[in-house]
Design a protein around this ligand. Sequence first.
Ligand SMILES: Cc1ncc(COP(=O)(O)O)c(C=O)c1O
Length: 406
Amino acid sequence: VGEDLLEGPRLYRDTGKMLAYSEPNWQAAAGSGLIDLYVKNSPSGVLVDGEHEFVNMSSYSYLGLNRHPKVVQGAIDALEQEKITGLGITPTRMQPALMREVQEQFSRLFRAQCFIAISCSVATAGLLPLVSSGALIDGKPRVTVFDKRAHFCMDLVKPICADEAPVFTSPHNDMNFLEDMCKKYSRVAYIADGAYSMGGVADLDALMELQDRYGLFLWFDDSHGISVMGEEGEGFVKSTLPELNPLTLITGSLEKGFGCSGGIVMLGREDKHSLINTFAGPMCWSQSMSVANLGSLRACIDIHDSPELGRLQERLKRNISYFDQRIPTSLRGSTLPVRALVVGETSLAVELSNSLLYEGFYSAPVYYPVTSRGREGLRIMIRADHHRNDLDRFCDLLEKYVLPHV
Ligand SMILES: Cc1ncc(COP(=O)(O)O)c(C=O)c1O
């Protein structure tokens, strides 16, 4: 068989090209000790890597809930209650009763039909093909339009969706492109982030208008909005849409603001339990949510249901606004905690990140494939549990090392 016959059409992914463009970037970061770190946590939240100690300025546990004593204790309590790590049987057949309890608590808290999965990526791999095929909606396939900047966990599923329905990629937040698609095809689904991992948000007003006019299905990954926004931490999208209709679905990772592990799916009222329990691919295979994590989720839901959430959100806002006063970025003023300092070159981003690490702060260098080429820099994530004196010193260091290159 000829070599050319061994190649696929590569319509939706090209691993060789991705490796060629990104491998030198990862190697540069590895050479400076900026990836592949194994650290220990200390009670103050400072991380320890051998002889180095540093504050993590690139953690997406925005409210610091990953080290909240009640959330840690929640895992211990659940394990002590259940005396088992998990049931060792496919979740389709059997799950810990605690899973149903937690799912029901989420549904009440976020005022939507909520399902949880072991990660947002697993929920996405399970459900996105059911959107393109129509199985989750009305049984009819839908042209599926991915925003160019939709997170990798959605991009990864493109070839599978393309086996069910035509797939297109739209320029970022391009509502004219999307409207043209809606005019051309009778059933369209749009796949995007709600709050983007490099900052910025979806144009919710315009999207809801397109939904009204053309019956557009909307899929939002709101991983970076959950816990940070909304009175109950329901996120950027859900706090804007009081009731989810049958044409809107939200996913999110619980590893970010929520400070636990797992992923969440929010749907409207129509009962989708039996479809999801049997046809959502990797949501139905061997892994159930671990008992320990269910315990943490339960404790964390209690925090979201109490005035403490508002206090943590407030503390986060104060830290963000302090950072914004000191360091100008294009995202200044955004309530979301991600800030990018663009220096435009991988080697410079790596060098600056290295200098900051040497001074006691980890701020991740970002480059292709995380950013487009030419947008390399540092990604900074502000948290509620950053101490003001650490933030202050970090801003001094950014002024000294980074701002001259931005
Ligand atoms: C927007 C977005 N969605 C999904 C994910 C992945 O979430 P998970 O690790 O729960 O699959 C991430 C983080 O990598 C993300 O930034």
